[in-house]
Design a protein around this ligand. Structure first.
Ligand code: FES
Ligand SMILES: [Fe+2]
Length: 413
């Protein structure tokens, strides 16, 4: 249980708040390359701030303030040009540094454009995602986590706008036992309600229903490693107990299994909105080389209509705790000790930033940022893509189904 003040400290993300200052030390995905391909000018809301993201006609990225300096038209309606972005109202044009380059109706002799600049932010591309950094300079490096730089994999990302605070989404990362109920018992009930009798779906829920004999949490360099041992598993051999999987500070969790990994990313849009990305990679069958696959496949994960889908169950639970859950009335139990560890870590890292330091997972040495490997449980000898598809491939318009021939190598035969 927290006081009202502690709860605000951990949940408010706007500029000048303690958590807002900590969260501004990290890079966030703000669009996928496929989304920006569909529309090269997009509005972005991040940490309570409104911005405009664009790709100019030379293919360069820009991230600037929401509104035009002239008379405040929203630049999401802007026209991309060779040099930058042009406001649709009177044609003022800005480059990626926010510098105004042209004011077509004004006399160039006055040189007014040179004296107009709007706010601009760092923006980069990695792993099919467009990333923004809006914190203090100098910006840390955009972390090259292994999942973003892995070779010869199929990538897709399922996105959802979740109407609640980021922290309750992320606390799920250290809430181990919810799996039995949310994905087991509730999952079965959802199948029953929808009249779905598919055997694979029931098998999945049966697997989730297995009782946790032991759970464990351990701090590591990247965040918190989380361990579980369930009915039917052996302490001496279970990868989920021996190796576990990581909460990556502050807002990711890496899950998955053989042949498939999923980084769940919780992007704080504002105090009561979170953009959730389920970023998935699938490894092909042994010996199969994938051709270049282009933009990342991007699909929507619906928030309420899909309770029989694992991620649908989680995104149903988080806003069901309220827009910003009231932690002054919660009654944390023994199995919530991972949450308590995480909250302590957040407090401690807020303090690091207040003392002028770099919080964990900020990288500044390029040599140490080529490929950052996350400690993840391994399942040797299990055929990757099949397990991945059987367990996780279901979902509305899930793109991986269309790539199965490539992943299995059937397309080449
Ligand atoms: S409002 Fe943008 S050019 Fe006038
Ligand atoms: Fe879950």
């Amino acid at each position: 249980m927290l006081t009202q003040e502690q709860n605000e400290r951990l949940t408010r993300v706007g500029p000048g708040t303690p958590m807002g200052d900590l969260l501004r030390r990290y890079w966030y995905p703000v669009a996928t390359d496929q989304q920006l391909g569909e529309n090269p000018v997009r509005s972005v809301r991040l940490l309570g701030e409104n911005l405009t993201l664009f790709r100019d006609r030379q293919g360069r990225l820009g991230l600037v303030q929401q509104r035009c300096a002239h008379r405040s038209v929203d630049l999401k309606h802007g026209i991309p040009t060779e040099e930058g972005l042009r406001c649709p109202y009177h044609g003022w044009m800005y480059d990626a540094n926010g510098q105004c380059l042209e004011q077509p109706a004004e006399d160039p002799a006055h040189n007014f454009a040179a004296r107009v600049q709007i706010a601009a932010y760092d923006v980069q591309e990695l792993g099919g995602l467009i990333w923004a950094y809006i914190g203090p300079q100098p910006a840390p490096l955009l972390p090259r986590w292994d999942i973003f730089v892995a070779d010869n994999v199929f990538r897709q990302v399922g996105t959802t706008t979740v109407p609640c605070n980021w922290l309750q989404c992320q606390e799920n990362a250290v809430d181990t036992v919810h799996v039995e109920w949310m994905h087991g018992a509730f999952g079965q009930y959802a199948l029953e309600r929808k009249g779905i009798t598919d055997e694979a779906a029931f098998n999945q829920t049966r697997n989730f229903l297995r009782h946790h004999i032991k759970i464990g949490f351990e701090r590591n360099a990247f965040g918190i490693q989380k361990y579980r041992l369930r009915d039917g598993e052996d302490e001496a051999t279970a990868a989920s107990w021996l190796e576990g999987h990581p909460l990556v500070f502050p807002n990711y969790v890496l899950i998955g299994g053989p042949g498939r990994e999923e980084l769940q990313m919780r992007v704080p849009v504002d105090d009561t909105t979170t953009w959730h990305l389920a970023y998935q990679i699938y490894h092909p069958a042994d010996g199969v080389s994938l051709p270049p696959l282009g933009e990342i496949e991007t699909f929507d994960v619906p928030i309420e209509d899909y309770p029989e889908y694992v991620l649908g169950q989680d995104v149903l639970a988080w806003p069901a705790q309220g827009p910003v859950t009231d932690r002054t009335v919660e009654k944390l139990a023994e199995t919530d000790r991972g949450l308590i560890m995480f909250r302590k870590m957040l407090e401690e890292q807020i303090q690091v930033v207040e003392d002028g330091g770099d919080p964990i997972n900020t990288f500044r040495d390029p040599a140490a940022n080529v490929c950052i490997e996350l400690p993840m449980e391994h399942y040797p000898g299990v055929n990757a893509y099949r397990v991945g598809t059987a367990r996780f491939g279901r979902g509305p318009n899930n793109p991986v189904e269309r790539y199965m021939d490539l992943l299995t190598g059937a397309a080449a035969r």
